[in-house]
Design a protein around this ligand. Sequence first.
Ligand code: ADP
Length: 246
Amino acid sequence: MSTLLEVSGVSVSFDGFKAINNLTFQINDAEMRAVIGPNGAGKTTFMDIITGKTRPDSGSVLWGEKSVSLLSMSESRIAQEGIGRKFQRPTVFEDQSVADNLMLALKKERGPLSVLGFRPSTTDGEKVVDLAEQIGLATALHRKSGELSHGQKQWLEIGMLLAQEPRLLLVDEPAAGMTPAEREHTTELLVEAAKTRAVVVVEHDMEFVRRLGCKVTVLHEGSVLAEGSLDHVTSDEKVIEVYLGR
Ligand code: ADP
């Protein structure tokens, strides 16, 4: 399996405070990874660095087979490279149907010109149905998104990101505020998505991380404190001390 993203020795300071401190991280194609760590560990800043929102003071962020540097690219260029990010709060168009939201996301993939000359083709229609099935909203295609449950909105937003066919999907606390059944579905959705792309899940909920069944990276004070299976990292003395507060 080839390396998709390679972050090496990255640091960033805010007013002299090192939020990210010599961080090194790698993820392969079609790999799922959970990133955990206490509040202030640097998880958000780390995601901001990958997406180009925050520029590191030092280190490198290399992408793809050709190991191109993401550091010289704008945020929108990085998104075009195939890095999609889902924030905690869903940002779907509430007054539009599920189908329309997915269709808009498909158009976005092809850039602004496709919006001007847009005519939904059978293929687009089929893709929307496929995506809706993938996210478990096939029977809600014509419902207004504003009427969906919190969990359903989260899935719709994941579907909208999948429509853009990212190679790396960054997801921030996808299970927050969900019912147990919704969490179960979210797990299945992410595990399925990670079969064909890399997925990084920033998460607090250990039970959810366990269900993802993936390698875990523990951040603390802007560095990687431990990495490996959930059982491995949660039995690490350093992790127990700083993360579990024992
Ligand atoms: P996490 O997502 O793990 O909770 P963050 O990446 O949000 O951690 O924050 C890491 C540290 O960097 C925190 O101490 C936070 O206060 C600090 N920080 C993050 N962004 C900024 C900023 N724009 N200005 C100053 N400090 C910041």
